[in-house]
Ligand binder design. Sequence first.
Ligand code: NAI
Ligand code: MG
Length: 496
Amino acid sequence: MSITTAHERVSDFVGSPRRMFVGGQWSDAASGKTFATPDPATGETLAHVAEGDAEDIDRAVRAARAAFDDGPWSRMTASERGRLIWKVGDLILEHADELAQLESMDNGKPYTIARAADVPLAADLFHYMAGWATKIEGNTINISVPTAPGANFHSYTLREPVGVVGQIIPWNFPLLMAAWKLGPALATGNCVILKPAEQTPLSALRLAELIAEAGFPEGVVNVVPGYGETAGARLAAHPGVDKVAFTGSTEVGRLIVQAAAGNLKKVSLELGGKSPNIVFDDADPSAVAGAANAIFFNHGQCCVAGSRLFVHQSRFDEVIEGVSDIAKSIRLGPGMDSETQMGPLVSEEQLTRVTGYLDSGRAEGATTVVGGGRYGDRGYFVEPTVLTDTRNDMKVVREEIFGPVVVAAPFSDLDEIAAQANDTEYGLGAGIWTKDISKAHALAKKIRAGTVWINCYNVFDAALPFGGYKQSGWGREMGHEVLNNYTEVKAVTAQL
Ligand code: NAI
Ligand code: MG
């Protein structure tokens, strides 16, 4: 499809109020309410979207429950389910220009990046997970049963879907996060209620159209846009939901755990981070661009952003100068402008939050090497920022900023750096830049984080498990690890 056709489709899509997708039908919110999703480059309203709340979630749970308990979905073969999931991947690629535009307009990220990364990664996730549908296996187990001498048993395990799954996702990679959540849940045979972030509901709603087009039975996938405190909270607490999967702030992660306690639903969480990125004295010069990409990619709105940069003292000035030069050279602008390298933050709330951290860093004595404030007076842009002269007790060092802001500090030896890297309540990612492979792998082992990148950063693949140690979350997404999040194991024993 040409860009123009995609553009026309996107204009049509945002031109009329978007409805929610429940039980295979498009409907307004029970309350009749809608909310506006703004264009973060201007603050102007981009589209109006049905505002789901508790009543809509209840209806979606009934639809998912019916689809799971009685629907054709559970009677379909694994191969048939796999083919439907594969089809979603194909449809995403077919509509790649359009989805990338929608993502860029709703989230603010550059179109070029959405087109090169978010959209193909989402398609690849569905293609990867489609293959798992036919490969969900149990074991046969040789049991001894000391209490039943002489008896003969046959035991095996079945790996079955958890049932009805609530999925709550954030706004930083709206389409990709929908894919990360839906792909494995569907491959393992669950039914889903997905609640996109209120800041970025559009690509998930377009994805729901593609899912309907692929031919999924009604009620298997339901998409209910709405606010966290209403729709999200109801989904997390709902007694008819067997599992909730959440990506977002650690603060809301705790609320999800509390809400899930009522019916003790299963919980998986992908939360915040404050990931260390460590540049040794023998690092290749490409570490400079690597360190900049680690923090500035997606405007720093990455749970795994390399937001704490540690540089060996012998290279500190050189690396900070290099990263600062890159920061200065980044062209900020609306995501749909082809010259743009970094777009606005997603919302006014995030603009306020991030500039608040910049003020706090200054007040606590950090030095702003480059950047340090809002960019322009329209939209939610923040300058790429490098802070030095920080101490470990500063808020800017301890808390997730979720903007294009890196704190940098020098270090002198391996033991010291492992302790410093781990001095955080988070444990999501880490980067290591060195030519010494023994040092790299020795440090990778010492770091308490779910992902470690050596001489690279932000490398994601559907086959690689992703998730957090410590307060960065529970469970893993992607890879075959994620299948455990969405299955129950049943042990069956027969006396022969
Ligand atoms: P958030 O955690 O409030 O929002 C994420 C999702 O949770 C959204 O869909 C939201 O509607 C939903 N939600 C909010 N409150 C809820 C509740 N009580 N019950 C159920 N669902 C609820 O994140 P927010 O406020 O947009 O961003 C705040 C900070 O969170 C960011 O500055 C960043 O530090 C962190 N964050 C981390 C993300 C990650 O990928 N780990 C993604 C987004 C935000
Ligand atoms: Mg919030």
